[in-house]
Write a protein that binds this ligand. Structure first.
Ligand code: 13P
Length: 254
């Protein structure tokens, strides 16, 4: 069976709670498309108003981060139960900005992934190489290592539910989108790596997104690649362009 595409916005540190409500009001008629899963990953404080604003639509609300402990003295963190109670289904784990600015490592990513599954949340697990690593020719080795550590002790049943987002760091927020060939090559390598870990059945089911300067004009070709099952979209997810990205098959390209 064909994998259902999953197109997620990552709002990053943008939008106040009231701005959230008006952005969702603007976007909700534009992102209607039952053929794909549509997710808005929003800042923690925006989750409740976003959930309210998205009620009765095809928009799923996701979180941008989560801590790996249950509860307690972890000032400023958000627990898995808090997300579940708020109605969240998806949570981004290990975004390169979290790794770079907030000292997240492959090991903490793995702990968060395990915790997310324990609570029935679907992690969107991010991986990606820097420009230096790409130029050194170690992209695939690097990504394979990130994936292997992220999936330590994750069962096959859990793994097939996971979403992986391949986001080359040099393509994030730079307007420098990876070529479809580059994106497909790495997404294929990720699927092969999952196949080695869990077998071909799991590899065929897991969904792999591309992220990094996805726009209304680049989405159709990227999402047509055999191993790219949608996108994780930053800047363009805050604009009506996101409607065109979600409707990449039918939207009129400018
Ligand atoms: P941009 O789409 O703004 O490049 O951001 C990509 C990203 O980091 C999504 O998680």
């Amino acid at each position: 069976m064909a994998r259902k595409k999953i197109i997620a916005g990552n709002w990053k540190m943008n939008m106040t709670p009231s701005e959230t409500v008006s952005l969702i009001e603007t976007l909700k008629p534009l992102v209607k498309n039952d053929e794909v899963d549509v997710v808005f990953c929003v800042p923690a404080i925006d989750i409740i108003p976003a959930m309210e604003a998205a009620k009765g639509t095809n928009i799923n609300i996701g979180a941008e981060n989560m801590y790996f402990e249950e509860k307690g003295a972890f000032t400023g963190e958000i627990s898995p139960d808090m997300l579940v109670d708020a109605g969240v289904k998806y949570v981004i784990i290990g975004h390169s900005e979290r790794r770079e600015y907030f000292a997240e490592t492959d090991e903490t990513v793995n702990r968060k992934v395990l915790k997310a599954f324990e609570h029935g949340l679907t992690p969107i697990i991010c991986c990606g190489e820097s420009l230096t690593q790409r130029e050194q020719g170690i992209t695939i080795d690097w990504i394979r290592q990130q994936i292997k550590i992220a999936f330590l002790n994750v069962s096959a049943a859990q793994a097939e539910e996971a979403v992986i987002a391949y986001e080359p760091i040099w393509a994030i927020g730079t307007g420098k989108v990876a070529t479809t060939g580059q994106a497909q090559e790495v997404c294929r390598a990720i699927r092969d790596c999952i196949g080695e870990l869990y077998g071909a059945g799991t590899a065929e089911k897991i969904r792999i997104q591309y992220g990094g300067s996805v726009s209304a004009s680049s989405a159709p070709e990227l999402f047509a690649q055999p191993d790219i099952d949608g996108g994780l979209v930053g800047g363009a997810s805050l604009k009506p362009d996101f409607g065109q990205i979600v409707n990449y098959k039918t939207a009129k390209q400018q």
